[in-house]
Design a protein around this ligand. Sequence first.
Ligand SMILES: Nc1ncnc2c1ncn2[C@@H]1O[C@H](COP(=O)(O)OP(=O)(O)O)[C@@H](O)[C@H]1O
Ligand SMILES: [Mg+2]
Length: 287
Amino acid sequence: MSETASHVASGKVREIYALDDERLLLVTSDRISTFDVVLPTEIPDKGRVLTGLSAFWFAQTESIVPNHLIALREDGRSTECRRLEMLPIECVVRGYLAGSGWKDYLATGEVCGHRLPEGLSESERLPEPIFTPATKAQTGHDENIDRAAAVELVGEERFDEAERLTLELYSYVAGRALEHGIILADTKLEFGVDPEGRLVLADEAFTPDSSRFWPADGYEPGTSQPSYDKQFVRDYCETLGWDKTYPGPELPADVVDGTRARYIEAFERLTGVDFAEYLADPASVQA
Ligand SMILES: Nc1ncnc2c1ncn2[C@@H]1O[C@H](COP(=O)(O)OP(=O)(O)O)[C@@H](O)[C@H]1O
Ligand SMILES: [Mg+2]
């Protein structure tokens, strides 16, 4: 890290430093959060998996939307980024009915104001992907909001632009993932505004932390799907009867190893790059 970088903030997973007025250094740790609680046990290399996958997708989607990435550092977990004015909404898109989308649908027949056909089952593919923004909670859980509430926060023009870009990015990446046997059920993107007033894709993109990835073989609607990534940890936590408030439980070695293996498997399937190759040369994902 540059000696002049000053620490700006700690997210659940990232440490944020300012390099200067225009640039941030985002350092992605190996911390894992589940049910919005950061656990005391880390997953070795998880931060590198997230960083490498984001850098891969930033390179792949550059022609759809500009992104914040300036440079990926040698350690594979630090990125120099353009410092942006972040939109105060999370841009979520859902192609399948899962998580809070499924819960909202069960309760109201709608998700974020999108009225859906009756009789859909859990994990079912939606007729069309839908944009389902959420608030960015400073602490606790994000809240799903409808178009009117989101327009209130970002204005109509930005909302329409963010929705269009989010849907376009989803359809492109979901198609690519499916070629590798992975369903991108839903994902969360964050956009910022650059000094020229343009929307720029920021934060992380299409990682297991920001997305629901399901193995395509074995996909069967009607129940929740086993997913890559955190499912293993969530399942373990469910066996403990933990109340999902701070502090979270320590993870045993087999859960750590199993989770690490899944993160790396998702990385390799999606990027086509061996994780060892990424560690030796992070730029391999940007080729
Ligand atoms: N280019 C950027 N400019 C300004 N802020 C950014 C940029 N990219 C990401 N961020 C912010 O940095 C933080 C990333 O840290 P993270 O650990 O993911 O936080 P969180 O716990 O909020 O998910 C998020 O608050 C995100 O909105
Ligand atoms: Mg985050």
